[in-house]
Design a protein around this ligand. Structure first.
Ligand code: C2E
Ligand code: MG
Ligand code: MG
Ligand code: MG
Length: 279
């Protein structure tokens, strides 16, 4: 009897695995068509100065409206794109769109709003990245220092030497560089110091910790405070991610974070909605 049960389970997993692989293959094919079909679009989330609560920048976040499945989250399709050259095609497309849209917002609303764009590890390996960034800025007429490229710790640590070279070349264009989701990887500020970075984004898991019971919240505060102190000591601007409520915002202000991002200040929205409702 145990044998039958075992076999049944085996077949169950087999079917499940096959279905998962098939869904992924289909999604990957669909994703390939998504760019020419115009199914990809960008949502923008404000990043505010914690002193004034005013947006200084917006982070462009990729969205895919699939014709059948509806909106597919980036956590699901970016890893798929990263398995092939698709990430470079999509990355280039979104860079062009984002620089264009933000240049238009700046012209229309007379602001000097800046733009943050995420880069994948694989894009750092692509020789075409640096000229593509240069081209996108020029085509949009956006000053290089209005663009900040966000790269995660793990992407930087995968091929540290290559990453360092690409970062220097990007810095040479005049763009700013940020380390994204800081604290989730294993890099130390000592390692990061060798890279030409401007900004450190504290991962939202630390900010979420501020909402925990008293003792844990104290730990989260202490961790954020020490990240801020170290970052400031080496001249980096600090952005806290995932500020969801007034309490988070108040503590981040107290801890002297420079900027914050999160649902409390604004959710990611299409470019056309950014300047509505006083945002
Ligand atoms: P990320 O760069 O760390 O982006 C922040 C993520 O946190 C976004 O999720 C955003 O919607 C979410 N978020 C912002 N504020 C809050 C908050 O207060 N609470 C909570 N719970 N979440 C908040 P999203 O848009 O799903 O993006 C997820 C990740 O996908 C991004 O993380 C980034 O790593 C990646 N990604 C998004 N767009 C692109 C892109 O164009 N290129 C690349 N390479 N990666 C991208
Ligand atoms: Mg980011
Ligand atoms: Mg992040
Ligand atoms: Mg993140």
């Amino acid at each position: 009897q145990a044998k039958t049960r075992g076999r049944g389970r085996y077949e169950f997993f087999d079917v499940e695995l096959r279905e998962r692989v098939q869904r992924q293959l289909r999604l990957e094919q669909d994703l390939r068509a998504a760019v020419p079909d115009g199914q990809l679009w960008l949502a923008y989330q404000p990043i505010v100065d914690v002193g004034t609560d005013r947006p200084v920048s917006v982070e462009a976040l990729l969205r895919w409206t699939h014709p059948v499945h509806g909106v597919v989250p980036p956590a699901e399709f970016i890893p798929l794109a990263e398995e092939s050259d698709l990430i470079n095609i999509i990355g280039d497309h979104m860079l062009r769109t984002a620089t264009q849209e933000v240049a238009e917002l700046r012209a229309r609303h007379g602001t000097d709003l800046r733009l943050a764009v995420n880069l994948s590890a694989r894009q750092l390996d692509d020789a075409a990245l640096v000229p593509a960034v240069h081209d996108a800025l020029r085509a949009a007429g956006l000053p290089p220092d209005a663009l900040c490229l966000e790269i995660t710790e793990s992407a930087l640590m995968r091929e540290p030497q290559t990453a360092a070279e690409v970062l220097s070349a990007l810095r040479g264009l005049g763009v700013r560089l940020a380390i994204d989701d800081f604290g989730t990887g294993y890099s130390s500020l000592a390692q990061l110091r060798r890279l030409p970075l401007d900004t450190l984004k504290v991962d939202r898991s630390f900010v979420f910790g501020l909402g925990e019971p008293e003792e844990r919240a104290k730990d989260a505060e202490a961790i954020i405070a020490s990240i801020v102190a170290m970052a400031h000591a080496v001249g980096l601007t600090v952005i806290a991610e995932g500020a969801e409520n007034e309490r988070h915002a108040r503590i981040l202000r107290k801890l002297e974070c420079d900027q914050a991002q999160g649902y409390h200040f604004g959710k990611p929205v299409p470019a056309a909605n950014l300047f509505r409702d006083g945002q």
